[in-house]
Design a protein around this ligand. Structure first.
Ligand code: AMP
Ligand code: GLY
Length: 428
């Protein structure tokens, strides 16, 4: 079988790495891929958003399956284009991807189907948003409706900050059309977990829960990022709460989307806050999480190709996934200026790592004349699996210095919210 992976991050490197282990997969292609993916797959220089070019390429090589990593091609309708041409593709259609693409849509959807989430006002103008903010008071959350590259959520510390944020959104059009509507949302408190599941529109196959560390700096300080590290299991999610999340959130979401005529296939990612009133949805993503997937894949026993193809063919049947009992973790090494910037062009040296339970997935890297260079803010992911989460993290931190480039930075405390909690009762 021949598989095309669309995207260029650590998540896509992990997916290619796992696909390469499938006895059914003969060739893996990536578009556009990165410097690490190039070592295990054929990288083709087509951007993830060039949908027609991607479909032409998949058609010409008779690709047996295409797997889409990032959200933008999904919200642009890559799945619709491939399906129109009879090509198997893993991911939701444009209408289904709106669950991530529009926070207004997803909030109204959750209200309609009784899926627990933060209370929110939908506002289409600056004045409306200020009035809603003043009625709610601090703390509250401002969210731009559309995709904003992870920067569309602001939790203002003061009214002045809220006013400045709303005026940037409505008056300076900071997010373009993505900010033509906002949510003014109740601020939830509790522990966050990432719950993912693969679905064919009916049947739902849970992925191992994971936890992601979004803030830039140790102690969960600083701005939000795409994710600075992750581990699986989530540890903070007890098995009975995971079952409740499945019953009250994941299954009704898949059923509700089908009822809306937006049948959802692919990976559904639900960001959950474990509040004192029970689990509530913070956000949906229409794709695998990054960097959660890198940690989860290290624990996956099964052939990933089977489950992805079965989802694409709407034929999950009795598919079940099994997860190694061990824990896994991922620490992201970024450029010095991330998340504000992503200094490019620094040479990266990765010294050999003797411990083969440590895996380095690449994100913002490219290879030129045999040398690796930085191309994005999140540069590489150092990942490991071990008997316990603390052992996995110890292996990562013992080897992370083997990745060297000017201004390399990482959080030194990934896992801290889970360590010390009893892993034995956690959902696996
Ligand atoms: P989102 O882009 O919707 O995932 O939000 C990014 C991050 O903002 C989440 O992972 C949370 O840490 C935080 N967040 C979003 N919504 C809320 C909320 N209602 N209450 C508290 N924190 C939130
Ligand atoms: N790690 C969060 C995300 O993938 O959106």
């Amino acid at each position: 079988m021949r598989v095309l992976v669309v995207g260029q991050g650590g998540r896509e490197h992990a997916i290619c790495w796992k696909l390469k282990q499938s006895p059914q997969v003969k060739e893996v292609y990536a578009a556009p891929g990165n410097g690490g993916i190039a070592a295990i797959a054929n990288c083709v220089p087509i951007e993830a958003t060039d949908i027609i070019e991607l479909a032409d390429f998949a058609e010409s090589l008779r690709m047996d399956l295409t797997v889409v990593g990032p959200e933008i091609p999904l919200t642009l309708g890559i799945v619709d284009e491939f399906q129109k041409r009879g090509l198997a593709i893993f991911g939701p259609t444009r209408l289904a991807a709106e669950i991530e693409g529009s926070k207004v849509f997803s909030k109204e959807f959750m209200k309609k189907y009784g899926i627990p989430t933060a209370d929110a006002n939908i506002c289409g103008s600056y004045d409306e948003a200020i009035a809603a903010f003043d009625a709610r008071g601090l703390p509250c959350v401002i969210k731009a409706d559309g995709l904003a590259g992870g920067k569309g959520v602001v939790i203002p510390a003061t009214r002045d900050e809220a006013v400045a944020t709303l005026s940037e959104i409505f008056e300076s059009r900071r997010f373009g059309m993505a900010g033509s509507r906002v949510l003014i949302e109740e601020c939830l408190t509790g522990e966050e977990v990432s719950v993912m599941a693969i679905t064919d529109g009916k049947k739902v196959v849970p992925f191992a829960p994971a936890k992601d560390y979004k803030k830039a700096f140790d102690g969960d300080e600083g701005p939000n990022t795409g994710g600075m590290g992750s581990h699986s299991p989530a540890v903070v999610l007890p098995a009975e709460t995971a079952a409740e999340v499945m019953k009250k959130i994941v299954l009704p979401t898949v059923q509700g989307m089908a009822d809306e005529g937006r049948t959802y296939t692919g990976c559904l990612y639900v960001g959950i806050m474990l509040t004192p009133d029970g689990p509530k949805v913070l956000e949906y993503n229409c794709r695998f999480g990054d960097p959660e997937t890198q940690a989860q894949i290290l624990r996956l026993e099964d052939d990933i190709f089977d489950v992805l193809l079965r989802s694409a063919r709407r034929n999950l049947g009795e598919t079940k996934l099994t997860w190694k009992k061990e824990a896994s973790a991922c620490v992201v090494v970024t450029t010095k200026d991330y998340p504000a910037g992503s200094s490019k062009g620094h040479e990266i040296v990765v010294d050999p790592i003797a411990d083969d339970s440590v895996v380095v997935f690449h994100a913002g890297t490219s290879k030129k004349d045999g040398k690796l260079y930085t191309t994005g803010g999140r540069v590489v992911n150092v990942c490991a699996r071990a008997a316990t989460l603390s052992d996995a993290l110890a292996k990562i931190y013992a080897n992370i210095g083997n990745v060297r480039f000017q201004g390399a930075r990482y959080r030194t405390d990934i896992g801290y919210r889970a360590l010390g909690q009893r892993a034995a009762s956690a959902a696996t």
